[in-house]
Design a protein around this ligand. Sequence first.
Ligand code: HEC
Length: 261
Amino acid sequence: MINLRDELTLGHLSLTNRVLFSGFLFVIGIGLLMSGLQILLTHGMADGEPGLSKKDIVYSFYGNRSGSKLETALNGKMKSKAPQEVNDMLIRWAHDGAPKAEWDNKIGAAVEKHCYKCHDEESDLPQLTKYDVAKGLAEVDQGASISSLTRVSHIHLFGISFIFLYVGWIFSMAVFNPFWKLVLISTPFAFLVIDVSSWWITKYWPDFAIITMLSGIGYSISIMIMFVTSFAQMWLPRWTKPNANNIYEIVRENYLSKKRA
Ligand code: HEC
């Protein structure tokens, strides 16, 4: 009698399946690195300093309530787009309540000159050269809007759960302590829900940003362990070579069942 549990280990899958799974894990791995990089470059720069900190998450979701989106952007992501005098002038204008007269006089022209090349009609970015749009961004920064949170939340939940499903599925065939296998397979889903919920809670309660960081670290660790284990067990001879004990067991079982019959 052949033991099905042994047949289903990663090391004993057909070459076709191992190539398929490795290809998937490889591309997803690059994707995850890119998403990490993207988080560093967008959210990481929210406070104007490189590296992801709690302040970045607070600014992204709760907002920088002591200033405006315009000011946060000009001290952060958009800092290098115009000379510092222009940034200071725009920030002062926002502080003064975005007066129309000053817009017509010089602000509009400065925005046209330094910002329009990206913030134009063809882009999805705010149309800064329109006074109403610029004025809206000069108001107190309330962080992420409900509509942007719903959009990003549903994309994350739908998209990432599929990644976790396939990574967990492949890993479920690894030889691993059964308890920890369950923990590793389930934690990414739990952390994903906590992560997305924490964005919403952070929008109203900024101290919750720490949970966003911890859940991100949590699922990164689970995924890393599943990745490394799956790759190792698919390709390292220690797991792929036919196991002498197993063959002995199979022969012995066969012999015993024939004898019984
Ligand atoms: C090289 C292209 C480029 C230039 C030039 C540029 N921006 Fe941006 N801007 C972007 C991109 C891309 C984003 C979106 C970045 C993101 O969300 O991470 C953005 C986002 C912003 C935001 C945030 C909008 C929001 O809803 O939070 C503000 C405010 C902003 N820019 C202001 C400016 C101002 C003011 C200037 C001119 C001084 C400027 N930008 C010049 C590319 C540019």
